[in-house]
Design a protein around this ligand. Structure first.
Ligand code: ATP
Length: 253
């Protein structure tokens, strides 16, 4: 069990919504993955989205990124209706997505992957890219040590760190992380969770998708529990931590 890096009593919940999901339904052929859900993420908040396998968590972050078939409802980001944007335009608004499964470019070096993340500054501000890269090497020193190594040769934990760093290289306002802890050793999970918390301290708004409810809530201000494509529960992290379903481990672990 990781130590809790969050002092719950110091948390303040922001008032202003950055992301507003309203009545969102997503359907893949025969499967209705989301059934009219409402989710709000406030400026500067860490919000977790928890639920079992197949609950619809990934579908929600894919929908925000413009990668899922929305059949009904709206996703607003800083007032923009994302339904009218293409995925690259959504990224251009400052929305980063760390997908499930440590998606990095395996044949590129660590530096090459980080440069890709900063593609929008690449041509006009090389110094900025180098500065951002050094910042990531401070965040995850192991990436600095491995900077010239081919990404496919990194351990699973290092690949996850790289995937997170690559997303941060675009200087997002809002970052969504899909199960960043999955399959990693407890010490690595703790390192990644601390890095996420530090990221929050820099003012970035974060949506954390996790099956591991206890882990996610230890790091979040608020949470939503998805079940069968619907919001089953929502509340502050503390409220959710105290619900019998979470305590008994019926939802994640
Ligand atoms: P996990 O923790 O396993 O990733 P999840 O909560 O992220 O689960 P989703 O991946 O969003 O769940 O899946 C929700 C439902 O939609 C599931 O029934 C899944 O089988 C279905 N689904 C997801 N992606 C597709 C797709 N591309 N085509 C068809 N069905 C899909």
């Amino acid at each position: 069990m990781m130590s809790n890096p969050v002092k719950q009593n110091t948390l303040t919940i922001a008032q202003q919504s950055v992301v507003s999901v309203k009545g969102l339904s997503v359907r893949y052929d025969k499967v209705q993955a989301l059934k009219g859900i409402d989710v709000e993420v406030g400026q500067g908040e860490v919000v977790s989205l928890i639920g079992a396998n197949g609950a619809g968590k990934t579908t929600l972050v894919m929908a925000v990124s413009g990668l899922a078939p929305i059949v009904e409802g709206q996703i607003l980001f800083e007032g923009h209706d994302l339904g009218t944007f293409k995925p690259h335009q959504i990224a251009g608004l400052g929305i980063a997505h760390v997908p499930q499964g440590k998606r990095i470019v395996p044949d590129l070096t660590v530096k090459g992957n980080l440069e890709l993340g900063a593609y929008r500054f690449q041509r006009r501000d090389r110094n900025k890219v180098l500065r951002l890269m050094e910042q990531e090497f401070e965040r995850f020193p192991i990436l600095g040590e491995r900077r010239n190594q081919i990404a496919s040769s990194l351990s699973g934990g290092e690949q996850q760190m790289l995937a997170i760093s690559r997303a941060i290289m675009m200087e997002p306002k809002f970052i969504m992380m899909d199960e960043p802890s999955i399959g990693l050793a407890p010490l690595v999970v703790e390192q990644i969770m601390k890095a996420i918390w530090h990221l929050h301290k820099t003012g970035i708004t974060i949506l954390l998708v996790e099956q591991a409810a206890t882990l996610a809530l230890a790091l979040s201000h608020r949470g939503y529990v998805l079940r069968n494509g619907e919001i089953f529960m929502q509340g502050t992290a503390r409220e959710l931590q105290n619900t019998p379903e979470i305590i008994k481990g019926y939802i994640g672990g």
